[in-house]
Design a protein around this ligand. Structure first.
Ligand code: 13P
Length: 252
């Protein structure tokens, strides 16, 4: 099934979260062929968790630490997320990598912890503009996937991947459908190899300036299984318009 994830990043207060969900829930209430996930900031998780009970919208977190509890000031544990019915966690987002200095080995620990705790990780990968111009797109992505999944390669079916070219995030310029599809194909080949064929359930999402005007051409790509949406997910109506594009091409 297609997966679409809203990454609100550092946006929306509790009140704004309530207002958003009050508008968004009725729009999507009958959709059962696209999996919809919202990842609000930590401060809105409780409110969102309460609001999404008995709804077809799932809850995700934008990050987490890999320990259950302890002296890790400022961090959030998988147990805390599970208590709020969080089912997904974004890990290795480019903003975590490039603004907060997260490296593959830390991301790998988080991936392992998420799987152990029954929270489905979405490992985010993608090359910078400089890496793209140097022709390193495929080698960077291969490194991020191999290192990110080290030790849990066989569990690939419990993981999703988001390909987000860093130069396409928040810029209004998405990858072309053809380029994105080629990278997704490459990601699926690596997953198949490292998991020894245990990656049929792994979805590979595209992220980076997805909006309703480019969603249909991107989703036509054979290897694109959904989207990770930033800016266009902040408005319930524009997020819903992208979901509608997915419903036109149904993959089971
Ligand atoms: P934009 O959709 O704003 O480009 O953000 C993409 C993203 O980083 C989602 O995780």
């Amino acid at each position: 099934m297609y997966l679409i994830v809203a990454n609100w990043k550092m946006n929306k207060t509790v009140k704004e979260t309530e207002e958003y969900l009050a508008e968004f829930k009725p729009l999507v209430k009958d959709i059962d062929n696209v999996e919809i996930v919202i990842t609000p900031p930590f401060t809105s998780l409780y409110t969102a968790s309460e609001s999404l009970k008995d709804s077809n919208i799932k809850l995700g977190s934008q990050n987490m630490f890999y320990k259950d509890s302890g002296a890790f000031t400022g961090e959030i544990s998988p147990l805390m997320l599970k208590e709020l019915n969080v089912e997904y966690v974004l890990l290795g987002h480019s903003e975590r990598r490039h603004i907060f200095g997260e490296r593959d080995d830390l991301i790998n620990k988080k991936i392992i912890s998420a799987i152990e705790n029954g929270i489905r990780p979405i490992l985010c990968v993608g090359e910078t503009l400089e890496e793209k111009e140097q022709g390193k797109t495929f080698s960077v992505i291969e490194r991020q996937i191999r290192n990110g999944l080290a030790g849990v390669e066989r569990e690939a079916n419990y993981i999703d991947i988001a390909y987000e070219p860093v130069w396409a995030i928040g810029t209004g310029v998405s990858a072309t459908p053809e380029d994105a599809n080629n990278v997704h194909k490459f990601i699926k080949e690596i997953l198949d190899e490292i998991s020894s064929g245990n990656s049929q359930k792994t979805r590979v999402l595209y992220g980076g300036s997805v909006k309703s005007s480019n969603a249909d051409s991107l989703i036509k790509g054979e290897f694109i299984d959904g989207f990770l949406v930033g800016t266009a997910s902040l408005n319930p109506q524009s997020f819903y318009e992208i979901i509608q594009k997915l419903m036109w091409i149904i993959k089971v």
